[in-house]
Design a protein around this ligand. Structure first.
Ligand SMILES: Cc1cc2nc3c(=O)[nH]c(=O)nc-3n(C[C@H](O)[C@H](O)[C@H](O)COP(=O)(O)OP(=O)(O)OC[C@H]3O[C@@H](n4cnc5c(N)ncnc54)[C@H](O)[C@@H]3O)c2cc1C
Ligand code: SF4
Length: 509
């Protein structure tokens, strides 16, 4: 008998493992406290993962495979990955053990050393999900000075022949980002896809009794994550039909009344591997080809770039830089994350809205994550460990390989510029330009000092001043430092005083 382990983010039913039914193979899936407790997670994330795992196990059984599944409250469950595997190996009298390569460094190390300790044949298989191997990005950037994503993206476009015509990018340009910066002024946006949430609701009822320490809340009506492959494909189809035509145009905007805008909300289905990046990209390209009058090249290119470019790039970078990446703190930040990140209890409307969205939905779109919660945490000079824990816990799509480079690298610049060419920081004027949050805020977006001055403003100039040593030499920061140099010393002193008051007690604002 061979025991094959399937982790919670390895729910790829098209994997070659499942092509044949073999009575000498037993698949093992475990819900575990090891995974629920290593950071405080959103309740919808826990429910979503368990619902997806249980649906997957049921599907395997329906297809004739042998499955051992430990629910969180199963008396056989030791709550430890290696002890559970050992238990199943003994129970089945296994003579070999196989697993799919984990995408998380921590689990990779754990399973590698566990396998080495076994006195039987072992095998680590590929997950057959990504469009690149673990080391492909490392090999691609070998000998190159900068890791700018754009070059990798072009390489991927050519390699997979997505949106290519006769060796050239379709339409003549690689990137249509400049068409993707409109702000949303209001109007009709189709509601988000509503998946079948009956299993999630049932699981919530079960795990609510187990007193897990979670964040956010669960409401059947608000649970918008597909937990089966069928529903994930339906959600993808819904996106291609109803939202893709404006995806790029409004990709960078934020709006008080719109949580989802034209975003796809498919990261949970992708990161659990219920659907693959290739089928997502190809479905979207098919939709574009079928209806070019409605879906412009700028929309489809913007979408393809996120998945073919950013997602694969982030994954490659994680494997290139781990394990050191997880400890990086190049800006030497040591502040604490405000308590309001767990409650939304702040007068700053942009933060209140983005955090409330996150607590209600275990979801926020990219610009809220980057330019509101991430921006503010960086301006407060927060310890990146704290920022990582928050992002890893609160979002249902958060798996370390994708969360860590996005948070520590892109959003906190703690890697000193491996991923981003400059820190994503801004004052209130950027927030005002890209959203309508400032209209409903207690603070004045234009003021730098005074009781009602927007906290982002003083914190922004103070951040630039405090981090001169680390950032002044960065070419892309030249304009910002020129502007800082034009602020009169007395005014800068007042700005810094206000910034330090905020940093001492951000929860008062
Ligand atoms: C601080 C921070 C933390 C983040 N943490 C995560 C995380 O834990 N898990 C996660 O999947 N994404 C993360 N992202 C990236 C991005 O915000 C989410 O992928 C996106 O918001 C998911 O929602 P969506 O499916 O509606 O995406 P859409 O906006 O509709 O985009 C489509 C898809 O593109 C991919 N994508 C887009 N941007 C990125 C990116 N920067 N990195 C990787 N994939 C990307 C995702 O698979 C996403 O589903 C993070 C971004 C930031 C700034
Ligand atoms: S005024 Fe400042 S705090 Fe208020 S919403 Fe705008 S950026 Fe946010």
């Amino acid at each position: 008998m061979e025991v094959r382990l399937i982790l919670g983010d390895q729910l790829n039913v098209n994997h070659s493992w499942f092509m044949d039914v073999n009575k000498h193979v037993c698949y093992a899936l475990f819900e575990m406290r090891q995974e629920t407790d290593y950071v405080r997670h959103h309740i919808q994330k826990v429910v979503g993962f368990f619902a997806a795992m249980r649906s997957f196990a049921r599907q395997l059984e329906a297809d004739g495979h042998t499955v051992i599944y430990y629910t969180l409250d199963d008396t056989n469950n030791t709550q430890s990955l290696t002890e559970n595997i050992q238990k199943v190996l003994t129970l089945t009298g296994a003579t070999s053990f196989a697993y799919q390569l984990p995408d998380e460094y921590r689990l990779d190390v754990q399973l590698n050393s566990f396998s080495a300790s076994l006195n039987m044949k072992t095998n680590a298989a590929d997950t057959e999900h990504f469009l690149t191997t673990r080391t492909e990005l490392t090999e691609f950037y070998e000998g190159k000075k900068s890791l700018v994503m754009e070059f990798f993206y072009r390489y991927m476009r050519k390699k997979h022949q997505y949106l290519m015509m006769d060796g050239q990018p379709e339409g003549g340009s690689w990137n249509y980002d400049k068409f993707n910066r409109n702000t949303w002024k209001g109007g009709n946006i189709p509601p988000p896809y509503q998946p079948d949430n009956s299993l999630a609701n049932e699981i919530y009822g079960q795990i609510a009794k187990l007193n897990l320490d979670t964040i956010g809340h669960f409401d059947k009506k608000e649970f918008l994550f597909a937990v089966t492959r069928e529903d994930s494909l339906a959600q993808l189809d819904y996106f291609c039909t109803h939202l893709l035509h404006d995806f790029g145009t409004y990709q960078d905007t934020m709006h008080q009344e719109e949580t989802n805008l034209f975003h796809a909300r498919i990261s949970f289905s992708l990161n659990t591997k219920m659907i693959s990046p290739a089928e997502v990209i190809e479905s979207a390209i098919d939709a574009y080809r079928a209806d070019k009058d409605r879906i412009s090249l700028a929309q489809i290119e913007g979408f393809v770039r996120q998945i073919l470019g950013w997602r694969e790039y982030i994954r490659g970078l994680y494997w290139k830089e781990m394990p050191d990446y997880k400890k990086k703190n190049e800006l030497n930040n040591h502040g604490k994350l405000p308590a309001f990140y767990w409650t939304g209890d702040t007068k700053m409307n942009c933060l209140k809205t983005s955090i409330k969205n996150s607590l209600d939905n275990a979801y926020a779109h990219h610009i809220q994550r980057l330019m509101i919660t991430g921006n503010f945490a960086l301006l407060l000079q927060t310890n990146p460990d704290e920022v990582d824990d928050w992002y890893l816990g609160i979002y249902a799509d958060a798996v370390e390989w994708v969360q860590l480079p996005n948070t520590r690298g892109m959003s906190q610049f703690a890697d000193g510029g491996i991923l981003a060419t400059k820190p994503y920081v801004s004052s209130g004027s950027y927030v005002n330009k890209m959203s309508n949050y400032c209209t409903g805020c207690s603070y004045d977006k234009k003021k730098r000092i005074g009781e009602d001055a927007c906290p982002f403003n003083s914190l922004y100039w103070n951040f630039l001043d405090d981090k001169k040593q680390e950032l002044r030499g960065n070419n892309r920061m030249g304009m910002m430092y020129n502007l800082l140099g034009k602020i009169k010393p007395e005014e800068l002193a007042n700005i810094k005083e206000r910034a330090y008051q905020i940093m001492e007690n951000p929860d008062a604002y």
